[in-house]
Ligand binder design. Structure first.
Ligand code: ADP
Ligand code: ZN
Length: 737
């Protein structure tokens, strides 16, 4: 009988970031299990905590007792506990941060999972006469339609507390504790999805599917990469592989980028596996998330479809994890815990001896390199299911436009094609990547961009100090007034935003309906799908947008895609800028030529010979891969190394630098032969009154240094406990700005 328990305190603090031992009082000994939430004393208060392990004995004496068990059963599976441990080690987060990633926030607020307070109509409600209380009538109507809703949800829908109280006093509604029942019923406003039948696989598909099936039959973990051009039928392979998994009594998980998780996508999966799919994403209401989570915990859901954080779902007996669009940066979480879903998925696949299937039309360099190294099985699909052609891509040299005295942001070719689109009442997408705001300096005559000689990332303009700075290694140089490349004088800060493009279009085509989609215009919850529908219904001819419009959109009438300035992506101060550019251009190009009208793509750039642009125009992944891999090899960037970024931020510039220096000095001995870059100002140097300074280490297989690095981090937190400078550690960051 275990008499002791190891507990992680539910307190986000570096001071308690270690397991605490407690005695299990006799009355709890039969009941307590790992993964349970308990209440324990600490100092003068009591806190909640999670039981990691039960222990037969402990070297520590005079232990305190566990107070109580909070829930009837464990909140965490054994697999999740092991995963949390690995997560905190591998991605440098606190143990409690790792545990929190495994449990929806709503479960953590002291409530039992599944028990929600909801308001429901009583039997009196039907005959109620509320003609003189329209607000109450409306609220009641809402409840009658939905059955029951949490109070918070009602408030969100505009029902006031006062109205609810009046209804309660009249006995028309009551508040009940509700443990959701997971019936197949959908709520009134949802139409059950149509059942979809498996397609008969094409030859390429059948070959790939066969490989996946064989892998699923073997009891060894395996990673596979499905490299298939858009519309080659990858989704069908996912669906049939999942079906095979379920037949064998296993479960499966499929991850997609948040933006791709549209209702159509969900219906697609529910239509194939009715009643067995749990869907997890960030827009779910609290009640809905609990419901989905319970469905997984209870074993009813056999398939989990979700965005990044779904990778932690308590799914048991996993046979297959699929990551669609595996190259997407959204699989990396940018907040604590800063994990990559692909790495977490691979951990779970090894734990379960399952199969990891990565899919993409433009695989990440890391994944494709692994496949070439033999670490991953490579599957190829080169043909589209429908006999549509990939669209022709024309690259326009903007330097030449300028030379020929054409100064608009649209080239003559793009204007010509836009005219045609408008004449024929077809549709066009104009794409502009606004993340280029980080401020690089470009020569409009020759395309020259100042880059760091040792890091090969574009240097960032720091206006306040009138300096160009490499934010990897802190190398500085003067702001060039004449171009070091061509001696020209048209070298300046480069910017072009969606708003600017919109203004130009309005000037050129007054009266032509257009829609602009970016973070500003789609801030409200439904704006995104509203604009989407409007454009689909042909209510506008031109859609202007950021990467938001690059993904997943399927408009048959789009016959022209214009990339207004490929340079903003190409010159992001990030070593992955060429890779992002290739992926983005490929994706944007995929938005046209989807219907019988065909389509073309025009890419405007000051760097028309750059390999990212040339190969994207040719739809040639392999050539791009080889060129880019060579660049990475020369500068020892991933996949030839790992990076760890230490980001310091705080309101006082001096203090931030001081902390970064202090830490970086300490780091030296801990990292062996790895390179230390910085401290240097981050490319986004000041955000919300916070100064940001970073140190990056670069070296082979940095995981092996983790224990030493963690010691330095611990030391920093101890010495700088009251310090206002925050430290964020990011293992293999996807975006370094
Ligand atoms: P991808 O995920 O590779 O971009 P999809 O899986 O979305 O491609 O496939 C594109 C379209 O082709 C979808 O409408 C899909 O239903 C259809 N499809 C896929 N496989 C087949 C097949 N074997 N026969 C007929 N249609 C198919
Ligand atoms: Zn540098």
């Amino acid at each position: 009988m275990s008499q002791f328990a190891e507990v992680i305190i539910d307190l986000v603090s570096n001071a308690v970031d270690r397991p605490f031992h407690y005695r299990i009082p006799p009355e709890l000994q039969e009941k307590i299990r790992p993964g349970m939430r308990v209440s324990v004393p600490l100092g003068h208060s009591s806190y909640q905590g999670y039981v990691l392990r039960l222990l037969e004995n402990t070297a520590i004496d005079s232990l305190r007792d566990i107070n109580a068990i909070v829930d009837p059963g464990p909140l965490l599976t054994r697999e999740q506990l092991a995963l949390a441990h690995w997560l905190s080690m591998h991605f440098y987060c606190r143990k409690i941060d790792a545990l929190h990633a495994m449990i929806p926030a709503s479960f953590r607020k002291g409530k039992r999972p599944g028990d929600i307070r909801v308001i429901e109509p009583t039997s009196e409600a039907d005959g109620a006469d509320l003609n003189r209380a329209p607000a109450q009538r409306q609220a009641l109507g809402l409840l009658q339609q939905k059955g029951a809703l949490p109070r918070s949800e009602l408030i969100r829908l505009g029902v006031t507390n006062q109205v609810l109280r009046s209804l309660e006093n009249k006995g028309l509604v009551r508040s009940v504790s509700y443990r959701p029942q997971y019936s197949e019923e959908r709520t009134a406003d949802q139409v059950p999805p149509l059942l979809t039948k498996p397609h008969h696989l094409r030859e390429e598909q059948a070959y790939c599917f066969e490989k996946v099936r064989t892998a699923l039959d073997r009891p060894h973990p395996l990673r596979m990469l499905l490299h298939g051009i858009t519309a080659s039928g990858k989704t069908e392979i996912y669906l049939q592989s999942i079906a095979y998994c379920l037949e064998k009594g296993q479960t499966a998980m499929i991850m997609v980028p948040e933006i791709s998780l549209t209702p159509q996508m969900i219906d697609h999966f529910e239509g194939r596996f009715p009643g067995r799919v749990a869907v997890l994403h960030s827009r779910l209401s609290v009640a809905e998330k609990n419901r989905q989570w319970q469905m997984i915990l209870s074993g009813k859901a056999r398939v989990v479809l979700g965005a990044r954080s779904a990778v932690f779902a308590p799914l048991d007996g996993i046979g297959l994890i699929i990551i669609d669009e595996e190259h997407e940066t959204t699989y990396k979480q940018e907040d604590t815990p800063r994990y990559h879903a692909r790495d977490v998925a691979w951990w779970r696949v090894r734990y379960n001896r399952a199969v990891l299937l990565l899919g993409s039309a433009t695989p990440s360099l890391e994944s494709y390199y692994r496949a070439l190294e033999g670490d991953t099985v490579l599957l190829n699909m080169k043909e589209r299911v429908t006999p549509t052609q990939l669209p022709p891509v024309t690259v326009v040299d903007m330097r030449k436009e300028l030379k020929e005295k054409h100064r608009l942001i649209f080239s003559r070719l793009l204007l010509e094609e836009l005219n045609k689109v408008i004449e024929r009442d077809e549709q066009a997408l104009l794409f502009i990547n606004r993340r280029g705001f980080a401020g690089f300096v470009l020569c409009r005559e020759c395309g020259f961009v100042l880059r760091c000689p040792s890091c090969d990332v574009s240097m960032t303009l720091h206006l306040d100090r009138q300096l160009m700075c490499c934010h990897y290694c802190a190398y500085e140089s003067a702001v060039p007034l004449t171009c070091p490349g061509c001696r020209g004088t048209k070298i300046r800060y480069f910017s072009a935003g969606t708003q600017r493009v919109e203004e130009e279009v309005k000037k050129l085509y007054p009266g032509v309906p257009l829609i602009r989609m970016d973070r500003d215009t789609t801030a409200s919850r439904h704006a995104h799908s509203q604009y989407y529908r409007q454009f689909l219904e042909h209510k506008a001819n031109i859609l202007i947008g950021t990467q938001m419009i690059a993904k997943g959109f399927d408009f048959p009438d789009v016959t022209l895609v214009g990339v207004v300035a490929a340079d903003t992506t190409l010159n992001l101060p990030d070593f992955r800028a060429p890779e992002r550019t290739f992926q983005l251009l490929t994706q944007v190009a995929g938005r046209t030529a989807r219907g019988p009208l065909g389509g073309k793509v025009i890419v405007q750039t000051y760097h028309p010979t750059h390999h990212s642009i040339v190969t994207a125009a040719d739809h040639d992944y392999l050539t791009f891969f080889e060129a880019e891999l060579e660049n990475r090899r020369q500068l020892a960037y991933p996949p030839f190394s790992d990076l760890i970024r230490f980001l310091f931020s705080g309101p006082e510039e001096e203090a931030v630098f001081e902390a970064a220096d202090w830490f970086t000095n300490l780091l030296g001995p801990a990292v062996g032969g790895a390179d230390i870059l910085g401290p240097a100002p981050a490319s986004l140097y000041r955000i919300k009154e916070q100064y940001r300074v970073q140190t990056i280490i670069k070296g082979r297989a940095l995981s092996r240094l983790a224990p030493g690095i963690r010691k330095v981090i611990g030391e920093y937190h101890r010495r700088k406990a009251s310090h206002p400078v925050r430290l964020a550690v990011d293992f293999n960051p996807q975006v370094v700005l």
